[in-house]
Design a protein around this ligand. Structure first.
Ligand code: PLP
Length: 491
């Protein structure tokens, strides 16, 4: 019999925003929660019966949680921004703490721009910092960039959230999202009660974008009456690591021009490149606008928003929450609404903004902090490179596993083929086969990875994603050993 007593609270699981319940975010899901429980157990000196003595969080791109050291220049400047009184003791800073002249000069410049990191800045971000970002983009692409087109944000996630809020007008609005994808996109669209229009990346072709596949996905969605407004590309890819060539970029921009789609280019991994170089969507667009292909003005009004972040690369300052997006080609009235939207949030964290400035304008050759900055930057890069390759080599030698060579970002996303009996065992436990594999790996080794289903994968295929951020390579051996034992158990 139903209870007659009145509810004790206003909120219950049946009456809160259904869109929040609908959203899924696997990289911090069940496996991550269980791994944190193991970590807490070990920290308390319990868990003597566990078959491992450390927990490895290979589920999320969180570099400093995995012992990546912050770059000294960034933190020295930040320390002065947080406590400007230290600037009254330059001799102590220089002679006692080894702060270089350029650290002190940068702190003073930034403080002049923001006044205090405890003060709100302009909603769009501090003007001097936006100027530095524009200069960086100009240098990177060889085309002018306008500080007014730059919006600083609390990490790329916050930029995506803002843009999706503007784009998603009705429950029938659709956004083309790559599969597999970083689940920020599907989760944000779920929160907006808008439609994910999936397009599949091409694993056989190093996870490249297949423009015919995107066109087909668009046509199918349009035929179902979905109002598709934008296309997301993650370059370099998460979870795939794929780094796109100019031809790929141009073909997506052509589609945007022909179908009037907003181009959302998530470029947060632009410095995590192991092979070749990074090609930005902004440069691709400006090249097309200058080319013969634009003789009828086809590309003149392409709306492009490109995002970058302090969270990734060699900076790895994800806890400080900083990033920016550059918007070009948008209607003025739309931009005014975007400005209003960001104003409602007041401003992004000001320390995060200052780190964005240092990311885009690091010490340059000849400046006193340069040698150490270079050494630290190169050390992080080569560590990532060697761990990526150690992991790739291990995966290549594992039975039933195939993996694309590391190209960029912080992840590998191998395919796994599991024995029928393992698939059946997973089903019995109410889990997907990849999810079951990852849970068993966690229980056996303490290593937390994410099942491919958390990012989306082609029907009938199984994957997992691991970062290669964890120090050392001992943990790679734990995966190899587990994998062999798992296959033997279910053969
Ligand atoms: C592709 C991609 N975009 C955006 C983000 C979010 O970055 P941020 O920390 O700048 O919000 C991540 C984080 O892992 C990511 O992988």
């Amino acid at each position: 019999m139903l209870s007659e007593s009145p509810p004790k609270r206003s909120l219950n699981i049946g009456n809160i925003n259904a869109n929040v319940k609908e959203a899924k975010y696997a990289v911090r899901g069940e496996l991550a929660i269980k791994s944190e429980q193991y970590r807490a157990q070990l920290a308390k000196g319990e868990g003597k019966d566990l078959p491992f003595d450390t927990v490895i969080a290979a589920n999320i791109g969180n570099p400093q949680q995995l012992d990546q050291k912050p770059i000294t220049f960034f933190r020295q400047v930040t320390s002065l921004l947080e406590n400007p009184l230290l600037l009254e003791h330059e001799d102590v800073l220089k002679n006692g703490l080894g702060y270089k002249e350029d650290v002190i000069a940068r702190a003073k410049t930034l403080l002049k721009d923001v006044k205090s990191v405890g003060a709100y800045s302009q909603s769009q971000g501090a003007p001097g910092i936006r100027k530095s970002v524009a200069k960086f983009i100009e240098k990177r692409d060889g085309y002018p960039a306008e500080p007014d087109n730059i919006y600083l944000c609390a990490g790329a996630s916050s930029g995506v959230n803002c843009l999706m809020n503007i784009i998603c007008a009705t429950p029938n609005t659709g956004v083309l999202v790559p599969i597999p994808q970083y689940p920020l996109y599907t989760a944000t669209l779920a929160l907006m009660n808008a439609k994910v229009v999936p397009y599949y990346l091409n694993e056989e072709n190093a996870w490249g974008t297949n423009i015919d596949g995107i066109r087909d996905a668009l046509k199918k969605a349009q035929s179902e009456g979905i109002d598709v407004r934008a296309v997301v590309v993650i370059n370099p890819g998460n979870p795939t690591g794929a780094s796109l060539q100019p031809e790929n970029i141009n073909s997506v921009l052509e589609l945007c021009a022909e179908e009037k789609l907003v181009m959302l280019a998530d470029e947060v991994y632009q410095t995590n490149i192991f092979e070749g170089e990074f090609h930005s969507f902004k440069k691709g667009l400006r090249d097309l606008q200058k080319s013969e292909k634009n003789k009828d003005g086809k590309f003149d009004n392409v709306e492009l928003a490109s995002l970058h972040s302090i969270s990734k690369g060699m900076v790895g300052e994800c806890g400080h929450r900083g990033g920016y997006y550059e918007m070009v080609g948008f209607d003025k009235e739309v931009v005014a609404q975007i400005y209003k939207f960001v104003s409602i949030m007041l401003c992004p964290p000001v320390i995060g903004q200052c780190i964005v400035e240092m990311m885009v304008n690091p010490p340059s050759e000849g400046e006193p902090s340069y040698p150490l900055y270079r050494e630290e930057y190169d050390g992080i890069m080569s560590g990532l490179y060697s761990r990526a390759h150690a992991l790739y080599k291990a995966f290549s030698e594992m039975e039933g596993v195939s993996c694309q060579p590391p190209q960029g970002s912080m992840y590998l996303f191998p395919t796994i083929t599991l024995p029928e009996k393992a698939v059946a065992a997973a089903k019995e436990k109410g889990k997907g086969p990849d999810e079951y594999y990852c849970l068993r790996l966690l229980d056996a080794t303490g290593i937390c990875i994410v099942p491919g289903s958390g990012f989306g994968q082609k029907e009938g295929t199984l994957h997992f994603r691991t970062t290669f951020l964890a120090p050392g390579t001992e943990w790679v051996g734990r995966i190899t050993k587990f994998h062999k034992e798992f296959l033997d158990e279910y053969r």
